[in-house]
Design a protein around this ligand. Structure first.
Ligand SMILES: [Zn+2]
Length: 438
């Protein structure tokens, strides 16, 4: 880690130096005759010592298209392709649009490749070495991890993902971050009932290469204000030997609860639990003893708690459905699935969060959604109004250490301001897209 950072600093210094040199007036650079421009380094190669050819993989290209113009024999190309396909390197095909480098000797008019560098992803790259027979190697750019903070608020007609989109540059990372936050608070906050004015703060790890962030490494603590109630979550290692890690609140109670708040992530409630509603298909008033979550067809449906599948079948009204018995008191049911997840059948044990099927509109349904039904002692109830048994506190012996550990982290979170939204105009157009998706 330290070394990585050091290399990073060195590189930045090199770049800085080269910029400075470029800006110097010519007369001065003449005077300063001992000044040597720093070498340009890319993928660990000093580019100044080579002729550098840059190209991009075009449609239907193979490695032959990349290497043949650089005097590599078909025999060597085949060996290179064979070695690249090795499971440790995993490059079977070159991908259209990938920019690559070919390096050949300075002054070599035949442009014979000595090396070819092909970036596999943002971190890893493949080096083809033709200097002495054919060698192929996967290398990685130094990966950096930084602690970052993030905060935001939920505004009218928006959701967590939207709020994160406003604060994070990379939309892939927004999705990851939403997963992490929803994961930590899944047992505490109903993400379908977020209110305008709800706020959040997160301390997280950001992974980057060459100063460009590309992934969320995880979140270490978070705070959510939901309808005026504040919820803290701190990651804490209970047992370093077994690496048992959990999230706990400010009193040391585990964030985990017996039931997830919803069987699908990031959808919306299209119909709540009620003893009387107008049925859209049957066109008559009847009770709706479940909660409908509308989501695109194929969205994974999760078991909201550990339990045993007691039904995985089809009926005219329910369509494909699964019923899970969790204990003597509680059972849950998931209707209108497009299909079951692999291995889901009567008698199998499922874990909380396990995918049991996929959103569909089989049975009596107007559009893709999952109708989630919750049974307590054989009676259907509104799970969103149910008070579940509270979570298990941390063992007493660990509590003092834990409370000491979270003190500075909590202070840091408390000091963090809530980042306001960006320009209002941008926001309005985005909101219209959310309301009227294409
Ligand atoms: Zn329903």
């Amino acid at each position: 880690m330290r070394i990585t950072k050091y290399i990073g600093v060195l590189l930045i210094q090199l770049i800085f130096l080269s910029c400075e040199n470029g800006n110097q007036p010519k007369t001065e650079s003449k005077k300063d005759s001992v000044y040597l421009a720093p070498p340009v380094v890319e993928f660990g190669f000093v580019l100044d010592s080579f002729q550098v050819f840059r190209d991009t993989v075009r449609p239907d290209w193979t490695m032959s298209h990349m290497f043949a113009p650089h005097s590599i024999s078909q025999w060597d190309i085949n060996r290179a392709a064979e070695k690249a396909a090795d499971s440790l390197i995993g490059l079977r095909y070159v991908k259209e649009g990938t920019p690559f480098l070919v390096l050949s000797k300075l002054g070599d008019t035949s442009r014979t490749a000595q090396y070819c560098i092909y970036p596999k992803n943002i971190v890893d790259y493949i080096v083809f070495d033709f200097t002495d027979s054919v060698h192929v190697e996967k290398r990685s750019k130094p990966n950096e991890v930084h602690e970052r903070i993030l905060s935001g608020e939920i505004i009218q007609n928006s959701n967590l993902t939207f709020a994160l989109d406003q604060q994070m540059q990379d939309l892939n990372m927004t999705g990851e971050m939403a997963e992490y936050i929803a994961g930590v608070f899944a047992w505490t906050i109903d993400f379908f009932r977020l209110h305008p004015g709800d706020e959040f703060k997160v301390i997280y790890e950001e992974k980057s290469v060459e100063g460009v962030p590309y992934a969320v490494g995880g979140i270490s603590s978070a705070w959510f204000k939901h309808q005026g109630h504040e919820f803290y979550a701190f990651e804490y290692t209970l047992d370093s030997a077994t690496n048992k890690v959990g999230f706990f609140n400010e009193e040391g109670k585990e964030m985990r609860r017996p039931f997830l708040m919803a069987p699908v992530k990031y959808s919306r409630i299209s119909s709540g639990f009620s003893s009387r509603r107008f049925h859209p298909v049957q066109r008559r008033w009847k009770a709706h003893l479940g909660t409908d979550y509308a989501a695109p067809k194929g969205t994974p449906i999760m078991a909201t708690a550990n339990g045993v599948v007691i039904k995985a079948s089809y009926s005219g009204g329910n369509g494909n459905y699964v019923k899970i018995k969790h204990d003597e008191t509680y059972s849950t049911q998931y209707l209108h699935m497009s299909g079951f997840a692999e291995g889901i059948r009567k008698g199998v044990f499922v874990k909380q969060g396990q995918v049991i099927g996929y959103v569909g509109s089989t049975g009596l349904a107007t559009g893709p959604h999952v109708c989630y039904r919750f049974w307590k002692n054989g009676k259907q109830i509104n799970h969103r109004a149910e008070k579940f048994p509270s979570s298990v506190p941390m063992v007493d012996s660990l509590l003092p250490d834990y409370l000491e550990y979270i003190k500075p982290i909590k202070a840091k979170i408390d000091d963090m301001p809530i980042t306001p939204y960006l320009q209002q105009e941008m926001l309005d157009t985005d909101l219209n897209e959310i309301k009227n998706p294409a």
